[in-house]
Design a protein around this ligand. Structure first.
Ligand code: HEC
Ligand code: HEC
Length: 210
């Protein structure tokens, strides 16, 4: 999976093309779908202010041609010093109440971005790779409180999702994260290589989510 002859040139290209990488990426999401299975389009960019990484996203549930002013505007602020996150929803750049419970899919602040590969250019892919490395290396981030706190204790998952202090560790995963968990486990995105879920552990985990 991590073949050196693929990874090295990719890193070199990423490094040398840094100045020309796009600042914003628009893509078709692989995980997020509208209820009738129609695609969701996201536009993501990152702003940096002091200790804060501010992840911005505009989202359309009505195709790419939907007027930009009508796209949902959301934002996640990561305070790298205090290791905390906050969630925000905007309309015309003004803060409005959150439309959904962000904790549901974001159990540790920003999520890695998985564009449908056909929806982006090579430079977009490199930009996303660069962002994802940053997102993966935040470590555990404290989330805003949510009501539902049934932690999942799947042995393989809590090797990393345990609220620990190492950079590869993340907030604990909970029953309320069922959508994200089902998607990641069914598509073999979690656990990451070289970890593996035994069939019985997988079944036990998916059963806990019912
Ligand atoms: C149903 C699951 C789900 C919910 C609920 C959700 N998100 Fe996300 N969000 C995602 C996924 C998945 C991504 C990664 C982009 C992609 O691959 O589609 C994402 C990406 C983002 C990003 C871009 C930065 C990043 O994390 O990659 C922001 C900002 C964001 N979401 C904010 C919010 C806010 C604020 C809320 C609550 C109002 C929210 N999201 C609710 C699934 C969700
Ligand atoms: C080797 C460490 C490791 C193991 C083991 C692991 N994860 Fe993850 N997990 C990560 C990292 C790092 C991320 C963030 C980057 C990404 O999405 O790849 C993540 C992301 C996630 C997310 C999105 C929320 C977040 O923290 O970004 C969920 C949900 C998740 N994992 C579920 C699981 C489940 C379920 C298992 C067990 C089947 C599991 N993971 C096993 C390291 C791990």
């Amino acid at each position: 999976m991590f073949k050196i002859e693929i990874v090295l040139p990719l890193l070199a290209v990423t490094y040398f093309s840094l100045p020309s990488l796009p600042l914003k990426v628009v893509f078709k999401s692989t995980e997020s779908k509208v209820e009738n299975n129609k695609p969701v389009f996201n536009e993501v960019w990152l702003e940096e202010e002091g200790d804060n990484d501010i992840w911005m996203m505009n989202q359309s549930h009505h195709g790419l041609d939907y007027p930009k002013s009508e796209w949902d505007q959301v934002k996640i602020i990561v305070d790298k010093k205090t290791k905390t996150t906050t969630f925000h929803q905007l309309k015309d750049n003004e803060e409005i109440p959150l439309k959904v419970d962000c904790n549901m899919c974001h159990s540790n602040g920003p999520r890695t971005i998985n564009p449908n590969p056909k929806s982006v250019t090579l430079l977009d892919k490199l930009k996303v790779l660069q962002w994802n490395i940053r997102i993966k290396s935040y470590g555990t981030l404290q989330q805003p409180k949510s009501d539902n706190h049934q932690y999942l204790k799947s042995e393989t998952c809590i090797k990393c999702h345990n609220g620990g202090e190492n950079f590869w560790e993340r907030s604990k995963i909970k029953k309320e994260n069922f959508l994200a968990i089902k998607y990641l486990v069914k598509n073999n995105l979690m656990p990451p290589w070289p970890f593996k879920l035994s069939e019985s552990e997988k079944e036990k985990l998916l059963n806990q989510l019912k």
